[in-house]
Design a protein around this ligand. Sequence first.
Ligand code: SF4
Ligand code: SF4
Length: 93
Amino acid sequence: MKIPKTLKEMPLTPLSLPTIGSMGKTGTWRTFRPIIDYSKCTKCTLCWIYCPDAAITRRDDDSPEIDYEYCKGCGICANECPVKAIAMKREEE
Ligand code: SF4
Ligand code: SF4
């Protein structure tokens, strides 16, 4: 496998395991829901890299998109976001 040298060379699907769906629809586990404020997002892709459920995809312009069927609300993305563009909100809010 050719090792990507730039972000643009990295595939849009995550490199890490587990892959989407390997533990079922983990979105049903969620108590808190991450909400991205796109006006703050710098498209650094850190949330996409850190999400342990591969529930964040990278759009063509590198902005992140959360798949709520698989996001289990762990909050890692919100914790790692350097500009605090992700807020964790209670599901019932
Ligand atoms: S809260 Fe963030 S890091 Fe955790 S599963 Fe959902 S999208 Fe991934
Ligand atoms: S970590 Fe924050 S700034 Fe970086 S892409 Fe994700 S939401 Fe945007």
